[in-house]
Design a protein around this ligand. Structure first.
Ligand code: SAH
Length: 382
């Protein structure tokens, strides 16, 4: 359940999918079909005001006002890049920040959302990893990112060229979505529900560092698009870059990928491959990758590394990336290069939230030092 904390007994309806909301209505002594009406108000009409829900009786509206709430994370700051990419920093319960990035293109508009505050997986090239793991986002905080952005863009009316403000969602923000399984699945259910956002399964992508049991569990509940952070063609290198590889090595991971596709010839797994200069970007890595992926229906997404302060890695040169791509393409592997977007607002992978956190930690340290000083003063006065 997505009730926020014990000192706030109101039920937050924002994070409940149809099944959970139906149960909540039954628990409140209401007819189950009320859930469909309320779900549509919240997500399709972007409402957070029970008074607007005019197809509900006055009595029910009063009951909902008394016992429930519709509460998204609050916006800490918003950033607009020259290329139109937008980034929001949301504060979530506990004072931390997570980020959401909106990437408009002529034919589609993609929202990249976060699933956890920080991350436990410690990938060596990822800035979020340096923040450590703080906690899972609630389902309201996960879907709340989409809810807020859709509401905002509808108000601004900026999406006229395409039929809806957000056409694609990728879970590629902060955190490992498969380690926050229940809340992420609840949010996915809402993304796909026609009463809510009505996105098609191939337009919702979950990216995982390779949590194999999570992939199998996901296959039991949905068949949305799956992206896997492969990043290396052999176990020695992959364990260095993505340490969870020690637990679930490449062959085990790729078997799970095949199981996920369930022999559906139309589906493919996206293999993400960050291009790190001199580390994993040599032609021999490309040839090894071709061998490794030969019987896994996949496409490769080459991601130019986004550097951050203190990292030992560098981005591969354009020429190296192109050559790597050519080798894969010649072998018949569909290979895309990810465009870097929003560079001027640090729209990549944990960077901005990282800065806020650094500042928060600094101010916390400052506060602690003041407290310590005043304590010492008190002690000295005694
Ligand atoms: N935990 C999920 C989602 C993470 S972010 C996962 O690991 O897939 C989405 C993608 O960005 C992942 O492929 C991740 O490895 C990659 N990434 C992380 N830091 C990066 C950086 N500094 N530059 C480029 N890609 C990065």
């Amino acid at each position: 359940m997505s009730t926020d904390t014990l000192d706030n007994p109101k039920i937050n309806l924002l994070g409940l999918d149809l099944k959970a909301l139906t149960q909540t209505m039954v628990d409140l002594g209401e007819k189950p079909f009320r859930a469909q009406q309320i779900l549509k108000w919240i997500h399709f009409h972007s409402s957070d005001d029970f008074n607007e829900m005019t197809n509900l009786s006055k009595d029910l509206r009063h009951k909902l006002i008394e016992k429930c709430e519709i509460k998204a994370p609050t916006v800490l700051s918003e950033h607009l890049a020259k290329d139109g990419t937008r980034k929001w920093l949301f504060t979530v319960q506990g004072g931390s920040a997570v980020e959401t990035v909106y990437i408009p293109e002529p034919e589609r508009a993609t929202l990249c959302i976060s699933s956890q505050v920080g991350c436990a997986l410690n990938c060596s090239f990822c800035h979020t990893a340096q923040q450590g793991f703080q906690r899972n986002l609630t389902s309201a905080e996960v879907i709340g990112q989409l809810w807020y952005v859709v509401k905002t863009l509808k108000k601004e009316g900026v999406f006229k060229a395409i039929d809806r403000p957000v056409t694609n969602v990728v879970m590629m923000g902060m955190g490992e979505p498969l380690l926050n399984f229940d809340n992420v699945v609840m949010a996915i259910n809402l993304m796909l529900d026609d009463l809510a956002y009505g996105l098609s399964k191939r337009r919702v992508t979950l990216s995982t560092s390779g949590v194999v049991p999570g992939i199998d569990n996901l296959a039991k509940v949905t068949d949305i698009a799956l992206a896997v952070s492969l990043h290396a063609p052999n176990d020695t290198l992959r364990t260095e870059l993505v340490p969870i590889n020690k637990k679930y090595p490449i062959q085990v991971l790729l078997e799970a990928c095949k199981r996920y596709l369930k022999d559906d010839k139309r589906r493919r797994i996206t293999m993400e491959y960050v291009m790190l200069k001199g580390i994993n970007d040599k032609p021999e890595h490309a040839y090894e990758l071709i061998r490794v992926l030969k019987d896994v229906p996949s496409k490769v997404n080459l991601i130019p590394f986004n550097p951050f302060f203190g990292t030992k890695y560098e981005r591969s040169d354009e020429k190296t990336i192109n050559h790597f791509q050519d080798i894969l393409m010649e072998a018949g592997l569909v290979t895309m290069k990810r465009k870097t977007r929003g560079d001027d607002i640090d729209a990549a992978c944990g960077q901005l939230a990282g800065k806020v956190q650094d500042r928060t930690q600094r101010s916390l340290k400052f506060k602690q030092s003041i407290e310590l000083n005043s304590k010492t003063e008190n002690i000295q006065q005694m």
